[in-house]
Design a protein around this ligand. Sequence first.
Ligand code: NAD
Length: 489
Amino acid sequence: MTYKNFIDNEWQDASSGKKFGVFNPFTEEQITEVPASSDYDIDMAVRAAKFAFEKWSGLTAGDRRDHLRTLANSSREHAESIARTISTEMGKPFKDAMTEIDDLADYLEYYSELARDQVGRIVAPVDNRSMSLVRYEPYGVVGCIIPWNYPLSLMGWKLAPALAAGNTIVMKPSEVTSLSILHWAELVAGDMPQGVINVVTGYGQEAGEALVKHPQVPIITFTGSVQTGKRIARLAADNLKKVSLELGGKDPVIICDDADIEVAARGTSWGGFVNAGQVCTSVERVYVYDSIVDRFTEALIEETKKVRLGDPMDNDTDVGPMASEAQFNNTINKVALAKDQGCRVLIGGKRSEKFERGYFYEPTIFDNVKPGMDIVTEESFSPVIPIQKIKSFQEAIEFANSTKYGLGCTIFTKDIERAMTAADKIKSGTVCINNPLMENIAAPFGGMKQSGIGREHGIEALEEFREAKHIFIDYDHSVKDWWFGDKSE
Ligand code: NAD
């Protein structure tokens, strides 16, 4: 494998020669090192992307579609190799990593077709002798900054609409999953015209900030934490850049007294523990009607016992190690704080003793949870589910809306009136009824409140990456007749 930056379809070390380590969270060993890039390297990549933009944006949408299809096909061809790198680098079970590549390819195919269909519109003219066209134009070089929890999927969510709309890309992967993106670039991105996709690895505060500040990058699309999102928004304000932010969540699940308890327990366990709880739309807090809380809790504990921790490369593994030592320590600290604040551990609550090494944390359930505790207000991004009792539907809605986040939520009920009232009243970008964490490539995904600005997926994502221009055509050159009047006499 090549462990260099991918700039202008060539492999380059960081100009400073600096590197940082990439680790395997299953073995806790260093795999290799990748470039720790600086503003100089970002500048090289932006120049390449800017040069490539002239040609790429001038292609027809059909020609771009052909390139993106090739990218999708070769991503699928190399899926196993790329998925192995993801599993090795961040501990995700191999079978789940495979779905990331499928996701990426789907997005490339979907947006390459959508962009052909959606190029502009004609609106009602101001008079009978003119026409108003609305045309969508790409911004130029898009700066993409992505996290580590779904490296290939989340790259695809940005890359596909941005490229389909005619932009070129400078991508700054997470420090934790730089290798996954470089490996993908090595296997497939060379098929793309020179400079259209560039990957520069490095620390957020150095390479990431250089990308955000670069004057030739008019738009930044970011996925990551609320804290970093705020920093990026502040930096981008200096140049009044367009910014789209996909940030953290604290998704609630409401279990009503008429819910199918087995289904709700299975859904909650999966939604809270998949990817070791490192999902922006993870189940982060559960509100259960008083009358069924004991039955539900028992069912959830039984489901939790079934979750198999193990080697990410093993097909029977449901959940691998946490992605990094930092993430593992974050979980340990959050659980310790919850216990200090009075929560009771019903299952889990500690490092898994099944393994001698690797950042394995046991799926954890808490009760004795009170409003205002950190475990129900701050994102944990961990395999931890706090359960809180509720007395009424009104209370459930109030609790659901009680955090600064607004990414997603789920309600389990058979009552359509309750379900749709929750959909009306809960302030979040997605509302799932009877099945958590559901997404649809054609439906917008994103956050309300501090969970973000902008949307991914659907036609909405394409709109993020292009600007509308009004073109006014006057048929008979009647320049301001109505102002000057007839001056012939
Ligand atoms: P993070 O904010 O620490 O880092 C994300 C990216 O930003 C990384 O590439 C990092 O290098 C870069 N970065 C860090 N500081 C920067 C700075 N000052 N300037 C520019 N770039 C900088 O987040 P993370 O730990 O990688 O990811 C976890 C977070 O991402 C969680 O909060 C999770 O909820 C969120 N997330 C959101 C979504 C969504 O779609 N809403 C999806 C996945 C993850």
